[in-house]
Design a protein around this ligand. Sequence first.
Ligand code: FPP
Length: 275
Amino acid sequence: MGKQSSNLATQLIEGLCSFLRRCICAILSAGSLPRHVAFIMDGNRRYAKKQGLLEGDGHRVGFTALMNMLKYCYEMNVKYVTVYAFSIENFKRRPDEVQSTMQLIQEKIESLLEKESIVNQYGVRVHFIGNLKLLSKPVRLAAERAMNATAHNSRAMLAICIAYTSTDEITNSVEETCKEKMNELGGNAADSKEPLIDVADVEKHMYMAVAPDPDIIIRSSGETRLSNFLLWQSASSLLYTPRALWPEIRFYHLVRAILDFQRNLASLETKLKQC
Ligand SMILES: CC(C)=CCC/C(C)=C/CC/C(C)=C/COP(=O)(O)OP(=O)(O)O
């Protein structure tokens, strides 16, 4: 009886929260909504330390926070979400830490394919973005399975940056562009008077060519650096850096970021009119 009434109370609270979120969404929809929001999920280990948890448990709570945030974004019709899950620099951490984070990531990739996951609820196509050759075989295979299984989804997109840094993405793209041009022009490349490469050529080979540039980048834990994340794509992105550690991130942080984005857009439009 006690358990039944507590389940009912939980359902009522969840229903009320979902209703309030829909009301806030309707209000925010009066202005422009972002198409693409990207997240730097910083502060998981600090959260574990603060709460007296094991280091890896910070990342577990962080994954739950990510699932909630994806739900809020897709409810708001934000079509593209990108997350920085593991940078190439992160491979320099203690080997046992890298291994346990990778194990968790593999487990969570597999959970994304379960019937009741956010990915299936919202028809999300998943892309893994980065130098996937650097991943261990089980993680790479899990990532490939997830990309194949969701390839037909088109309502929303989730880009998971893993074994990623922007400088690696740009270098790889320039290399691919050069190879393409050499194939096209052969021995005549050196004699050409025209520029051989333009911005569109390089952009086409970026791992992130699957999505438009992010409108907003949210970095948790109050850090105001981009840490080699989407450097090419962030020229016009709004950066929002709440003090909350990633596992503490909530719906109101997203609302605040969208309000800042709308204010910023309004002042940009005024400036353009004055030009
Ligand atoms: C499938 C999928 C998307 C899984 C994601 C799981 C997850 C939450 C990974 C975060 C990994 C990471 C290195 C976060 C940065 O916090 P930190 O470890 O650097 O913590 P700190 O900033 O406190 O040092």
